[in-house]
Design a protein around this ligand. Structure first.
Ligand code: CAA
Length: 248
C-alpha cells in the first residue's frame, strides 16, 4: 500500500517538529504546515531535516483563515496527494491577565487555536470519509482542562478543542475516521521558554514529575493514535502533563 500522507499544522514548531519525525518513522509521508510569514524559517527547518535524512514537504497557510487553509490543503493534494492524517498542532499564546487583555489578544488566540480546527479539518474530512480511513488529532493543553492565570483566551480555545473533538468524532466514526485530543502539560519548547523564569519555576514546582515534558513524549502518543490499531479510540482526551492535572 502506498504511504499515507500526514499534515501537521504548526509542523516546524517544537512539538510539531517532533510529531513530524515520529510520523515519518511510522512510515507516513509528512507535510509540515507553517505560518506564511515564517517562510524563511520553514525553509531552513526543511533543509535541516533533509540534512538529517528526513524528506519533509512544507506547506504555507494561515490556519486562522478559512480561505488560506483551503488553499494550503489544495496545494498539498496537488503536490503530494490526499491527506489521511491531520494533526492540528498550530497554536499561539498571548498571555495577559483578563483585565488587561485587549480584543486583538483574545481574537488572535481564539482564531489561531480554535477557529483553525474548523478551517483546516473542514478541508480534509470529506476525503477521509470517502476513503474510509482517517486520523485527526487535536493538540490541546493541560490549561484547557484546569485553566491558567493569565490565559483566559488560551484556556478557552484549548477547552473548546476537546468539545470539537467529541462532536466531530461522533459524526465521522462510521467511516473509519477517528478524532482525538492530546493535552500536553508544560513541554520544553520556545512557547514555554517565553514564560518569565520565575513563573516557570513556580509551575515546574507544581508538577509531580518535577520537570517539563519533552516534545518527543508528546509525539510518541500522537504516533500511537495514528496507528492502524488505534481504530477503536475516538473522542478521547489523552493527558500528558507529568501529573500536573489528573482527571478520570
Ligand atoms: N496565581 C495567582 N496570582 C498570580 C499568579 C498566579 N499564577 N500570577 C501572578 N499573580 C498575581 C501577582 O502576584 C500579582 O499580584 P499583586 O498585584 O497583588 O502583586 C498580580 O497577579 C499580577 O497581575 P498582573 O495583571 O500585573 O500580571 P502580570 O503582568 O504580572 O503577569 C502573566 C501576567 C504574564 C500572564 C503571568 O501571570 C504569567 O506569565 N502567567 C503564566 C502563564 C502561563 O503559564 N502560560 C503558559 C504558556 S505555555 C503554554 O501555554 C503551553 C501549554 O499549553 C502549557
Amino acid at each position: 500500500m502506498a504511504a499515507r500522507t500526514a499534515l501537521v499544522t504548526g509542523g516546524i514548531g517544537g512539538i510539531g517538529s517532533a510529531i513530524c519525525r515520529e510520523l515519518a518513522a511510522k512510515g507516513f509521508r509528512v507535510v509540515a504546515g507553517y505560518y506564511p510569514a515564517e517562510k524563511d524559517l520553514a525553509e531552513q527547518w526543511q533543509q535541516k531535516q533533509h540534512a538529517e535524512g528526513l524528506k519533509f514537504e512544507i506547506a504555507s497557510g494561515d490556519v486562522s483563515s478559512f480561505e488560506d487553509s483551503q488553499q494550503m490543503v489544495r496545494d498539498i493534494e496537488t503536490r503530494v496527494g490526499p491527506i489521511d492524517v491531520l494533526i492540528n498542532c498550530a497554536g499561539i499564546t498571548r498571555d495577559k491577565t483578563f483585565r488587561k487583555m485587549e480584543p486583538d489578544q483574545w481574537r488572535a488566540v481564539i482564531s489561531t487555536n480554535l477557529d483553525s480546527l474548523f478551517n483546516v479539518t473542514r478541508q480534509v474530512v470529506d476525503g477521509m470519509m470517502e476513503r474510509g480511513w482517517g486520523r485527526i488529532v487535536n493538540i490541546s493543553s493541560v490549561n484547557g482542562q484546569r485553566g491558567q492565570f493569565g490565559q483566559t483566551n488560551y484556556s478557552a480555545a484549548k477547552a473548546g478543542a476537546h468539545g470539537f473533538t467529541m462532536a466531530l468524532a461522533q459524526e465521522v466514526a462510521r467511516k473509519g475516521v477517528t478524532v482525538n485530543t492530546v493535552s500536553p502539560g508544560y513541554i520544553a519548547t520556545e512557547m514555554t521558554q517565553a514564560i518569565a523564569e520565575e513563573v516557570r519555576q513556580q509551575i515546574i514546582a507544581q508538577v509531580p514529575m518535577a520537570r517539563m515534558g519533552e516534545p518527543d513524549e508528546v509525539a510518541y502518543l500522537v504516533g500511537v493514535l495514528c496507528d492502524d490499531r488505534a481504530g477503536y479510540i475516538t473522542g478521547a482526551n489523552y493527558e500528558l502533563n507529568g501529573g500536573l492535572f489528573m482527571s478520570f
